[in-house]
Design a protein around this ligand. Structure first.
Ligand code: NAD
Ligand code: FES
Length: 281
């Protein structure tokens, strides 16, 4: 059992949860994730480790309540427990001093872009961060991103805060201004990562994305997280989750992520119904 030591909503439906997991906190590196199970017989699901405190023995995850398991997790409070937290899993982000590195977080993907931005800064890069959200209320980790950036930009789709437009428009603006960019990391919804890949491709800027396919075991055994990269089959949980954005088959990823949409919707609706019932039923 893994105890929750702090839990706070960063935005509507997006919760930051700090969990006691000393061995994971000691070993984890930027870009790695954990597989969680809320209850003993629950569904396994992956979440990237957003931060860790090896002294305190805790890791931090940020979850968007998007389906039954993440909604269930986001109902947990300080003192509650999580049945399983397995990790750290996945290949850590490749970090080196590239020169000027741009770390782009789209929506809740910022939770994953943040630790890698911090590691890029620590490796001596000039770090530019672009943190995009649909509107001002959905911007997360603004101060944390600023603290690891030489330049930090916020974008909102509706223009309610920062630059008005998509993260890709801000990136294009930086490129058009003549800035030399050596490395881009983009994490967020699939259409965003695909769009970033198309912005950087003509300039041959090395670009990495973190993929989020359906995962079951997280250890390379089940094949659930199969993705196509450079026309080859890769398992995101062990070969990734980060891959060269210019080689990823985003359509295949998107199609595979929709396979269980019907079942996911049914499970989510049943959970919502159960939550509306009085506690004693
Ligand atoms: P969102 O839809 O609010 O988008 C966030 C930002 O991404 C937008 O503000 C915009 O700047 C940019 N964006 C979105 N679509 C774009 C497009 N077509 N072109 C250019 N830029 C675009 O994001 P959200 O609701 O927070 O994200 C939810 C999605 O992110 C879910 O589908 C979830 O599965 C996925 N996600 C992915 C990862 C990952 O590891 N890649 C991690 C967490 C969540
Ligand atoms: Fe099973 Fe990756 S989640 S192989």
């Amino acid at each position: 059992m893994y105890r929750i030591v702090s839990a706070i909503f960063l935005a509507e439906n997006i919760k930051k949860i700090e969990i006691e997991a000393p061995r994971i906190a000691k070993k984890r590196k930027a870009g790695q994730f954990v597989m969680l199970r809320n209850e003993a017989n629950g569904e396994r699901f992956p979440l990237t480790i957003a931060d860790s405190d090896p002294e305190k023995g805790t890791i931090t995850i940020i979850a968007q309540g998007a389906g039954k398991s993440t909604r269930e997790l986001n109902r947990k409070e300080v003192g509650d427990t999580i049945a399983d937290v397995v990790g750290p899993l996945g290949t850590p982000s490749h970090i080196e001093n590239f020169g000027t590195a741009v770390s782009i977080g789209g929506g809740v993907g910022t939770a994953i872009a943040y630790p890698t931005a911090a590691a890029l800064k620590q490796a001596g890069n000039y770090v530019i961060t672009i943190n995009g959200a649909r509107n001002k209320d959905l911007v997360i980790l603004e101060e944390e991103m600023k603290a690891v950036s030489d330049e930090a930009y916020i974008t909102t789709d509706d223009g309610s805060y920062g630059f008005s437009g998509f993260v890709t428009q801000k990136l294009q603006e930086l490129i058009d201004s003549g800035r030399k960019i050596d490395f881009v990391l983009a994490i967020g919804p699939i259409p965003m990562m695909k769009a970033v890949a198309e912005v950087t491709r003509p300039y041959n800027i090395r670009t990495m994305v973190s993929l989020n396919p359906i995962m079951i075991d997280g250890t390379g055994m089940c094949g659930g997280c199969r993705v196509t990269v450079d026309n080859q089959i890769k398992f995101a949980c062990v070969d990734g989750p980060e891959f060269d954005a210019h080689l990823v088959d985003f359509k295949n990823l998107s199609d595979r992520n929709r396979i269980y949409l019907h079942e996911e919707k049914q499970s989510d609706e049943a959970f919502a119904h159960k939550c509306r019932l009085p506690q004693h039923t």
